[in-house]
Ligand binder design. Structure first.
Ligand SMILES: NC(=O)c1ccc[n+]([C@@H]2O[C@H](COP(=O)([O-])OP(=O)(O)OC[C@H]3O[C@@H](n4cnc5c(N)ncnc54)[C@H](OP(=O)(O)O)[C@@H]3O)[C@@H](O)[C@H]2O)c1
Length: 288
């Protein structure tokens, strides 16, 4: 099983590399080696590595900056994601795409589920939702969209590291308390993503096995068909032989019948001659 990972230097990309299972071959890219906004590069790399699965962790993640950097946010989070989905479709690879709770407006007072109505409040959330929609449109069931929230890890910047740093620097901290969220440990999320990959791999293996069984049965049926066909051929040859012999016998009978006819004609001729001679003899006797 070959897996291509985008955004390898990000929080999630780093954790995915650290926890990659032994039976999986990975190829990981940063924005320099695989800029997902560049369709030509995306196609070239996906075709040459030919992965079974692509995990897209690459994203424009600067939530506040996105409000004034709209084109850049959409270029990565919508166009770049659509590029990956299109290339995945071309090479028949599965896409596991990471999205965000920011596609919701946050007004729900119970935990969100995947079917809840989306309503992003900012550019980052709207661009990520546009990316999700592109993935679903292009790949349908061939893609999995995983929405996560408040990702933290030892890598990059995140609120846990910020809090730890501020706590070591200050006596008192002023922190917003009007937000509710579920912090997600990037290592835990990576583990869950590898489990998803493993499940896909098992399904692919199962489908391959079923195909093998079907192929074996086809082979077996074809062999049986060949045996039957050989027997039919053999029977046809025997019938032909018998038919040739019947033809031969018929010819012999015809020959014999012709000879009998010929002999009968000769007997008739001889008989006619004997009759004529006997008549002449009678006339001679009378004259005498
Ligand atoms: N962090 C969160 O709290 C959070 C919350 C919800 C959802 N998410 C989603 O989870 C995923 C992973 O997040 P993360 O925290 O790991 O993000 P991250 O640490 O900000 O990493 C994102 C990576 O995307 C790469 N990238 C940006 N533009 C790119 C481009 N044009 N082509 C290729 N790569 C590009 C960057 O690569 P370079 O470093 O090489 O430039 C960066 O390493 C993202 O989809 C994000 O939207 C994150």
């Amino acid at each position: 099983m070959k897996v291509l990972i985008t955004g390898k230097n990000g929080q999630l990309g780093s954790e995915l590399q650290r926890s990659c299972p032994d039976n999986i071959e990975i190829q990981c890219f940063d924005s320099q080696t695989l800029d997902i906004t560049d369709i030509a590069i995306v196609n070239e790399i996906l075709i040459s590595f030919s992965p079974d699965i692509v995990i897209n962790t690459a994203a424009y993640t600067a939530v506040d900056k996105a409000e004034s950097d709209i084109d850049a946010a959409y270029a990565v989070n919508q166009t770049g994601v659509a590029n990956l989905a299109t290339a995945c479709k071309a090479i028949n690879a599965k896409l596991i795409h990471i999205s965000t709770d920011f596609v919701f407006d946050g007004t729900k007072t119970t935990p969100y589920v995947s079917g809840d109505a989306t309503n992003p409040l900012g550019v980052y959330g709207a661009s990520k939702l546009a990316g999700e929609q592109a993935v679903s449109r292009i790949l349908g069931e061939q893609a999995i969209i995983v929405r996560t929230a408040w990702v933290y890890s030892q890598f990059g910047n995140n609120f846990v590291k910020t809090m730890l740093r501020l706590m070591s620097e200050k006596e008192q901290l002023g922190v917003v308390y009007d937000q509710v969220g579920t912090p997600t440990w990037a290592a835990g999320l990576a583990k869950m993503l590898w489990a998803l990959v493993q499940k896909s791999s098992d399904k692919a293996e199962e489908a391959r096995d079923k195909l093998q069984v079907t192929s074996d049965k086809v082979e077996e049926t074809s062999d049986k068909l060949q045996v039957t066909s050989d027997k039919v051929e053999e029977a046809r040859d025997k019938i032909q032989d018998a038919s040739d012999k019947v033809e031969e016998a018929r010819d012999k009978i015809q020959d014999a019948s012709d000879k009998v006819e010929e002999a009968r004609d000769k007997i008739q001729d001889a008989s006619d001659k004997v009759g004529a001679e006997s008549k002449t003899l009678n006339q001679t006797t009378i004259l005498n």
